[in-house]
Design a protein around this ligand. Structure first.
Ligand code: FE2
Length: 382
């Protein structure tokens, strides 16, 4: 096995001296909008499997005649599931090209006009200029810029809005089928980009968005006998928003990033990591509710205590659920990855509980990627 776990750069924003003031202060992730083939059924999946609560809806009944959108939420995690109602529509085109996937990563800001101006002056391509939406609950200002592939970043300014989601959406007062599992917020969202494109996107997040390099991993960190990838983690000024960017690297067989690019039809969001305070409870509930997770072999757990030292959670319980553990000099973290949530091997989720560690589980890369490769092999894509 060719995996080498040597030291990679750990560049926490609060360890580094900022060269310039944060020109784009982000208050966090406002929501993530998915374009899907059937939003009604997708919303059902996120409610009954991931336990999210339906809080708002927009569609023909609310005056939005070309598409339907369901807003589901748990903790601060908010997803919008949008489908086109007719074939000739940008949402339908997106689904045709990519299958179900993330279209917009919406970022909460205090001043959307300023965020859009700062980004476009620094070279971002504008997707939509600042627009004010109003209803009886107040006003929201939205503006979007292009990110990797067909993905966009939308700046959301909602300090003068008190409705359920956005103007045009009606509130859903009660969701009888939501089954919460303890999800708190988005820890990070990973983008897969094409061969040799990682550094261009790292440069985009630095130059256009004011992010900084937080950690990086090269193909010596992230390679198995068969496939490899490289990754750089970008973080915004206050560290609330973290975007690791992956690109494929040469290996003996097809990289998992290449498989994603082939089936997604280009760059896009690979996984969304959702934080919990109690991963044993969250994952056991998700499994009961039908969410499928990657499994690692028994040998991972026989070597675990030697690798990570003493941890609070019984290793037997972690093995039963398939939860992985990694440690750095600040503490440890527990994580697990779902299988892709579409038939295409594209978007999946990570459930993560941090206990001091701010890392991304480098010690788990080998076991994890071998698990992914077993699945690639089963799909005939390795
Ligand atoms: Fe992750």
């Amino acid at each position: 096995m060719s995996t080498t776990l040597h030291a990679s750069a750990l560049l926490h924003p609060d360890h580094a001296t900022p060269a310039t003031p944060d020109f784009m202060p982000l208050l966090g992730t406002d929501h993530v909008e998915f374009y899907v083939g059937n939003a009604k059924q997708a919303a059902h999946f996120y409610r009954t499997a991931f336990g999210m609560t339906l809080i708002a809806y927009a569609g023909p009944e609310t005056g939005q005649y070309d598409r339907a959108s369901y807003v589901v939420q748990q903790g601060k995690v908010r997803f919008v599931l949008t489908t086109a109602l007719r074939s000739h529509h940008a949402v339908a085109d997106h689904v045709l090209r990519h299958g179900d996937g993330v279209h917009a990563i919406a970022l909460l800001v205090d001043d959307a006009r300023n965020a859009w101006t700062q980004a476009t002056q620094r070279g971002a391509h504008s997707v939509s200029e600042p627009t004010t939406l109003r209803d009886a609950h107040g006003e929201v200002i939205l503006a979007s810029i292009q990110a990797y592939g067909d993905t966009v970043h939308t700046f959301v300014e909602r300090k003068n809005y008190h409705g359920a989601f956005l103007p045009g959406y009606c509130a859903i007062e009660h969701d009888p089928i939501a089954r919460p599992v303890g999800l708190l917020h988005i820890d990070h969202m990973v983008g897969n980009v094409g061969w040799n494109e990682m550094n261009a996107w790292v440069d985009f997040y630095e130059r256009v968005m004011g992010f900084r390099l937080y950690q990086h991993f090269d193909d010596k960190d992230i390679s198995t006998e068969y496939s490899a990838l490289m990754s750089k983690v970008m973080a915004n000024g206050n560290g609330y928003v973290k975007f690791p960017i992956n690109e494929p690297a040469e290996g003996r067989r097809k990289s998992q990033v290449e498989e994603f690019l082939e089936f997604y039809g280009g760059p896009g969001v690979q996984h969304i990591a959702l934080a919990t305070h109690d991963i044993l409870h969250t994952v056991s509930t998700l499994q009961r509710q039908g969410v499928e997770f990657l499994r690692v072999p028994h040998s991972y757990y026989t070597e675990l205590e030697q690798r990570v030292g003493c941890i609070e959670e019984p290793i037997r319980d972690l093995e039963e659920l398939g939860i992985l553990v990694d440690r750095d000099d600040e503490g440890y973290m527990l994580q697990i990855f779902t299988r892709p949530v579409e038939d295409r091997p594209t978007l999946f989720f990570e459930i993560i509980q941090r206990k001091g560690s701010r890392s991304f589980g480098k010690g788990n890369f080998r076991a994890l990627f071998e698990a992914i490769e077993r699945e690639q092999q089963a799909r005939g894509n390795l």
